[in-house]
Design a protein around this ligand. Sequence first.
Ligand code: ADP
Length: 160
Amino acid sequence: MKQVLAIYPGSFDPVTNGHLDLIERGSKLFDRLVVAVLQNLEKDPLFSVPERVEMLREVTRPWANVEVDVFDGLLVEYARRRKAQALLRGIRAISDYEYELQMAMMNRKMEPNIETVFMMPSVKYSYLSSRLVREVARLHGPLKDLVPPLVEERIRAKVT
Ligand code: ADP
């Protein structure tokens, strides 16, 4: 039987409850889900890529069909190498749509055999982003219910 492998790419700096909501939904729909951390040169990261990967591995442990990996360069190249059939992306508000649509179309042009699948998180996470979490973290604001407890701990250790 055909096994469907999907890649869920992102920066995950840090992983939030919104990401986890999507990972849970993705793990139910696909046979295997690879959460792939983009190794780019971001201007002002809060966590290093190895730190993000370690937190992701810890918080995705409950899902046996979820794996965490790192990639750089073109996403479609990585997806081809992994023999993935789908890319998973989250749509929160309409504002995400335009950028996501452009990216999905560009990826389809480069690799017509890989489908982008969009999923919506629970409404309670629809205004949550890693960027906001980083901002609140740097201002020592409360992050309860926005990130998993492990991430909250790591943030506390980092920003004090
Ligand atoms: P962010 O946009 O939070 O900085 P990433 O670049 O790590 O996060 O995003 C990776 C993917 O996860 C993107 O498709 C993004 O739309 C999605 N995503 C991020 N936050 C959420 C959320 N709260 N709910 C659903 N999807 C999300």
